[in-house]
Design a protein around this ligand. Structure first.
Ligand SMILES: [Ca+2]
Length: 151
């Protein structure tokens, strides 16, 4: 029996306050605790994140058999994981400048299809964005693009 578990974590941790220009890195972890290969079939909904932040490091998997494909705010993760193996998909977003955001909440929810399972509360993260106390007239209009992380 395959036994696939899915979880989402973030750096900084869910519940943290973040600010303009700050990077948030998300990690989706799939663990196959069963004794047969397990299929990954998940959708990560970024729509409540990308109104406030831009993807600055595109999703990448640490194993060849799992493929993340992002189409705007929808990240589809599919593939297979060997028994006893773990796959991680990571990506980063950077919070936009003050005045260029939506609701100042980064709510990120992973929704697995039938074959994978989220432990309750383990597949969603949220971050609140605090406005800067002092606004500077020299604030740049655009958030700088960070270089793509190398493996
Ligand atoms: Ca939002």
């Amino acid at each position: 029996m395959p036994g696939l578990g899915a979880a989402k974590s973030s750096d900084p941790v869910s519940g943290s306050n973040v600010k303009a220009g700050q990077k948030v890195t998300y990690t989706l972890t799939y663990t196959n605790t069963g004794d047969a290969p397990a299929n990954v079939d998940s959708t990560d909904d970024l729509s409540a994140v990308l109104d406030d932040a831009d993807v600055t490091t595109e999703p990448a998997s640490d194993v060849d058999t799992v493929t993340p494909v992002r189409d705007k705010s929808s990240l589809r993760i599919t593939g297979a994981i060997a028994p006893g193996a773990t796959a991680k998909v990571t990506y980063s977003v950077t919070v936009r400048a003050d005045g260029e955001r939506g609701d100042n909440l980064l709510d990120n929810v992973l929704t697995p299809d039938d074959s994978d399972a989220c432990l309750p509360g383990n597949c969603a993260t949220d971050h609140k964005i605090g406005e800067l106390e002092m606004r500077k007239s020299s604030d740049p209009l655009r958030v700088p693009r960070w270089p793509r992380a190398t493996k």
